[in-house]
Design a protein around this ligand. Structure first.
Ligand SMILES: NC(=O)c1ccc[n+]([C@@H]2O[C@H](COP(=O)([O-])OP(=O)(O)OC[C@H]3O[C@@H](n4cnc5c(N)ncnc54)[C@H](OP(=O)(O)O)[C@@H]3O)[C@@H](O)[C@H]2O)c1
Length: 245
């Protein structure tokens, strides 16, 4: 991936930062998108630039602002001159019990998990075509098997999975579009699972353990760097949980 440029959304913390580090280790230049986590994004860029000078840059945007998405792509091109891969990782995640769903929740969950990946990919498409690039969308195993209490999030991720397959058609043969669907990797602060519920979820994995962020990053690296004949696919990285859900 040496000399190539990868844009990762939500790259400052948690899974996004591990994906960014993994892809940087392949020799690529990284654009670290963030919304609020400016200090974490700056620290990660410093870490990566200490390894290879001028190989990482931070760009701020609220992905709910659709007008900001072409700018994010334009600033990536201004920084590194090309775009070879886009990882749509940023996401909001919170419960939306039926009866309490409002438009603000719709806008946030559908906006970050489905609308932004679509309009960002659309803005990136000419550059990805030029470089014969690739897109990886980070979905969720609950795109196909909904999680109780999270109907909007699950619908948004189901949309993103459908979009992955549709854009694989639209962007072929120049650009490959795939998805990685994590299972239990890192618990979110906004999750309502108590420790018993978490243990129950982990017990449902065939491998009897939660995954780690690098499991997701390795799947992304495989799809971007070593999967030239794969498009329109999703890899479940879930310890086998969906094999018997
Ligand atoms: N963690 C898991 O076990 C798990 C399981 C299944 C699926 N996933 C999926 O894997 C991906 C990464 O998971 P994660 O747990 O690391 O994610 P996360 O911490 O919940 O969110 C990642 C980042 O998304 C950014 N973000 C949220 N709304 C945004 C908006 N409107 N505009 C711009 N950025 C926004 C935030 O950036 P700032 O902090 O800079 O504001 C946040 O740091 C997500 O797509 C998630 O759905 C994760």
């Amino acid at each position: 991936m040496s000399g190539k440029t990868i844009l990762v959304t939500g790259a400052a913390r948690r899974l996004g930062s591990v994906i960014a580090r993994e892809m940087h280790a392949t020799g690529a230049n990284l654009v670290l998108h963030y919304r609020q986590a400016s200090a974490a994004a700056a620290a990660l860029a410093s870490e990566l630039n200490a390894i290879r000078p001028s190989s990482a840059a931070c760009l701020q945007a609220d992905l709910l602002d659709v007008d900001a998405l072409p700018l994010l792509v334009a600033n990536t091109i201004a920084q590194f001159g090309r775009l070879d891969a886009l990882v749509n990782n940023a996401s909001s995640f919170f419960p939306t019990p039926l009866g309490k769903i409002d438009l603000a929740s719709w806008d946030d969950l559908i906006g970050s998990n489905l609308k932004a990946p679509l309009f960002l990919t659309q803005a990136a498409a000419p550059h990805l075509v030029a470089t014969q690039g690739a897109v990886v969308n980070i979905t969720d195993i609950h795109a196909e098997r909904p999680l109780s209490g999270y109907p909007l999030y699950c619908a948004a991720k189901a949309g993103l999975l459908g979009l992955t397959r549709a854009l694989a058609i639209e962007m072929a043969p120049q650009v490959r579009v795939n998805a990685v669907a994590p299972g239990p990797i890192l618990w979110s602060d906004s999750e309502v699972f108590d420790s018993a519920a978490r243990e129950n979820i982990v017990a449902h994995t065939l491998l009897q353990r939660a995954g780690c962020p690098r499991d997701i990053a390795c799947a992304v690296r495989y799809l971007l760097d070593d999967a030239d004949y794969i498009t329109g696919q999703v890899i479940n990285v879930d310890g086998g949980r969906t094999a018997h859900l």
